[in-house]
Each structure stands twice: as structure tokens, then as C-alpha cells.
Write a protein that binds this ligand. Sequence first.
Ligand SMILES: Cc1ncc(COP(=O)(O)O)c(C=O)c1O
Length: 482
Amino acid sequence: MMKDAERTLNKAVAIILKYLESNLHPETKVINYQTANVLQEKLDLTLPDDGVALEELIPIIESYLQYSVRTGNTQFFNLLFSGYSIPGILSEMVTSATNTTMHTYEVAPVATLMEIELIKHLNSLVGFNHGEGLMVTGGSNANLIGMQCARHQVLPEVKFKGLGNNQLVAFVSEQAHYSYLKAANLLGIGIENLIKVKSDVEGKIIPSALETAIKLSLSEVKIPFFVGATAGTTVLGAFDPLPSLAEITRKYKLWLHVDGAWGGPVLFSEKYKYLLAGSDLVDSFTWDGHKLMGVPLICSAILVKEKGILSETCSGGGTDYLFHNDENESYNLGQMSLQCGRKVDALKLWMSWKHYGKNGYAKQIEKLLELANDAAEYIRHCEDLELIAEPKFLNICFRYIPKDKQLDDTALDQLNLDIRNQLFHSGISFVNYAHYQGKIIIRLIIANAELQKADLEKFFQNLVDAGKKHVKLMKYRKKNER
Ligand SMILES: Cc1ncc(COP(=O)(O)O)c(C=O)c1O
């Protein structure tokens, strides 16, 4: 059995290394795109009654790699992560091999101590000197727990008796992530009681509009309790102004949470941490290791400024069988969690931090911000491209607008969509699009630590070429219609 395992694991490691290396070859496609119907035909997805030998899993791994999106490829700009982390991959192997759960020190001694150390360091970056925190299942769920802590602070009895007639109201900017809606739904707040406050042209929440919305909710005899700011919004990459928000939340005694899932790691950089000025003034903070820090998904944390709030908010009864009074009791993390079984997500972030160091991460982020500048410059100098907003972070939002053809907004929407889809279907590059101010825009995300200026130039050249071809096709079709 162990011989089989050794042979198969060695083969798999060799295949994976080759796969990772090929991501850096300029001719490697970001996806070998197939429709779901075709892909179903190509893959053997059947599950047998009698199992197969370990080695027979190797060709399955090969076809998995062949048809999966290469998120580590330097033409992958689609999501708020790209690239890969060798310490992360290594850690995932160790985590799977040791396979434990994080609820007590007893069952996860090393991982527990690593998680505690990691949380201490993340808190120190944010400016929480007496804080606590926990690895959770994604930034969305960290936002949920932030809101839950806020609800518990304002109405602790809700945990036991439910909301009753209390109408709680939460506030986020209109650019905030949709996970806040899910949180309002799950916590019984109701999504209509999540007020989306107006943001300015850069996508930052307007503090005076927030204050007006809070006053309105008070005049309606509702209970405002939570403001969810964002550090690095999903589409525009905007950072809400924390000092002004903190002034308002202090005045009205509301909880201030920051969704730093995307922008949090700028705190590594002395040069750019001004973007998150005032982070020490807030009550809780969402941190994602699996976005800008390049650690494999899922790797997220909820950080809270004051100790004790997480277990007060999240703990339930009936846990005698798990939590015993022993000499390590104070190290048990389970009572702070909404989960019972909890994967070891700390190891991969701890190992990545150990490998790159605080300074390594600072350098990576600074390099990416310089590349974002280069990308914006390219767009400014290209006659067929137009920036939608001045980029403040790693999100570059733009449109292809051919200068020699007059097109209305609907035609431009379709053109940009066609270009994006053509680049994706052909595997040339994978970039996302979004709806912003009623228009379809292209959202380029700069997140891959391996990225070079030449990769960006290649992306823009391919995009402009695709645009020109589509415009020609449009002209040809129009001519033939007549
Ligand atoms: C600003 C922001 N917050 C939260 C999330 C959700 O994070 P996760 O995917 O870790 O749940 C995202 C996802 O893109 C995001 O952009």
C-alpha cells in the first residue's frame, strides 16, 4: 500500500510541478475552454461500485489539470486572486495528511499555536493591540461574524430570544460586497434593513450620506447598529474613509466593521498603508489570505478589537463532550467559532508569511501597485481604450471604445462583452466584466506576484486586436444587411 502511495504521490508531484512551470510559458493558454456539454463527454465522471487502483487516479489528475482554469497563469486577471504559493501547496499537503479539526488544543496542538500567533500578527497590522480573531470559511463569513458581533453588542438577548420586534438597521456603501446582504438575511436583520449608502465618483462611501441615513432610521424608530466599511471594493478597489466613519459610529454608538478581504494586505507596505489609515479605530476586520497574499483558498480571518466578544457571540451550549477543563483550556479556539469541525487554514498562511516575510509581502504589493499604474498609463495612451475611473488600487476598470466608429452605449456594451468572451473562449486571457453606472465595463485585476509589465502589454494588445476584428465584423455585417 505505502509503495503504491509513494509511486503515485511522486508521479503526481512531478505532474503538478510541470503544470505550475508551464503557466510561465508565453504560449500556455489560460483555459482550454469547453462548453459543459462537451466537457462532460470528454471526462469520465462515472463513480464505480468497485474502486480503482491508486495509479489509475493519475490520468484523472492530468485531465483535471488539462481542462481547469489556470488561475496561476499571468494572463488570468479575472478574480481578486491569481498565482500560486509553494508554501501554501506544501501546507495543504501537510494539513490533509495530518487531518485534524481546530476546535481544541488537545486535537490540534501545533495548528492552534500557529493560528494564535498568526492572529496576533494580523491584529498588530490592523492596530488591534488587545484583539482576538479566528480563521473562518471565507471573507463573506468573516463579514457575517462581524455583523453578528455588532448585533450581539447592541442586543445581547437576541442570541437567546430572537429579534422580537426590534428592527435593526445596518449600513454599507452601494459598492460593498454582496456578502453583507447574505449576512443581513442570515442574522434576521432582513436585506431591506441593509441600507446602501451613496458612494462618490471614486467608489468611496460618502460620510454625510451615511449620517443622514442613520438619522432617518432613528426617526423611523429603528435601531441602527452596524456600519460595514470596505477597504478595497470589489469592482473599483475603493477604500472607504475610516477616520470619518469612526467619528460617526462613535457619535451614534454603532459597530464599525471593515471588509478588508481585498485591500487588507496593503497594511504590509509602509508606502501604501495610508490607504487604510484609521484601521485601529474600528471594531472588527475581515482579512483574506487567499486574495492578495496568494495563499490557496480558503484562508480568511475575522479580527476583533476586544477580547471575549467572539466566544460570547458565537458559542452555544451542549459542548461538554468537546471542551474539557484541562491545563490548556485557555488555548481552545472552538467556542469562538460557528463551526464544529474546522479545517486547519492557519498553516498555509503561517508558512507563506514565514517564507516571504513581512518585507517580502510589502515588496510584492508595492510591485503590483506599480504595475497597476503602468496598466492605467497604457490605457491613457491608447486611443481605443478609456478608463472608467482613476484607479486607486489594483482594479483597473476600462472600456474599449473604437475612435473611428460612433457606437451608442448598448452597442459598446455588446462590443466589450464580445471582446471579453472571445479572449476567454480562445484561452488568450481571462478578464472579468462588471456593470458600473449602467454600463458594461472590463475589470482587470492585478494580483499575480509573477506578473510583469510585458504580460500587461500583451493583454492590452490582444484586447485591442480583438476589438478591431469585432468592429470590422460589425461593419461587414451591416453592409451585408443592406
Ligand atoms: C470586497 C470583498 N469582500 C468580501 C469578499 C468575499 O470574500 P470570500 O470570497 O473570501 O468569501 C469579496 C470577494 O470577492 C470581496 O471582493
